[in-house]
Design a protein around this ligand. Structure first.
Ligand code: ZN
Ligand code: ZN
Length: 111
């Protein structure tokens, strides 16, 4: 039986650049809700409900049209295609996704 991912493990996830720990919401943006649901259904269920309430109203309006550099691949993206970390670093979804999954993978499978 898999017990899913412990929330404390989530809190070990870090920004790609500055190692600031990220929260679940950033994590969810980075890897995608579908992936979380698939991989960690139990955990996602509890936290996703919590997030649903305060979700997406705030940030949507202002930054929509601007381009931002991804801190990893240095290409430019619209804000909608990026993930903003708690430390205000931004990365494109591909870079965020890959890195966060990598961090999870390391934590999970390392002996
Ligand atoms: Zn950072
Ligand atoms: Zn990138």
């Amino acid at each position: 039986m898999s017990r899913g991912l412990d929330p404390s493990e989530l809190h070990g996830l870090k920004c790609l650049n500055c190692r600031t720990l990220i929260n679940y919401e950033v994590f969810r943006q980075a890897v995608g809700a579908d992936w979380i649901e698939h991989k960690m259904a139990e955990l996602a269920e509890g936290l996703a409900q919590e997030l649903h309430k305060k979700d997406r109203v705030e940030n949507q309006k202002k930054l929509d049209e601007q381009l931002h550099d991804c801190g990893v691949c240095l290409e430019q993206f619209l804000i909608g295609d990026m993930v903003t970390f708690d430390c205000n670093h931004r990365f494109c979804k591909a870079c965020s996704d890959g890195n966060i999954r990598g961090q999870l993978g390391e934590g999970k499978y390392k002996v």
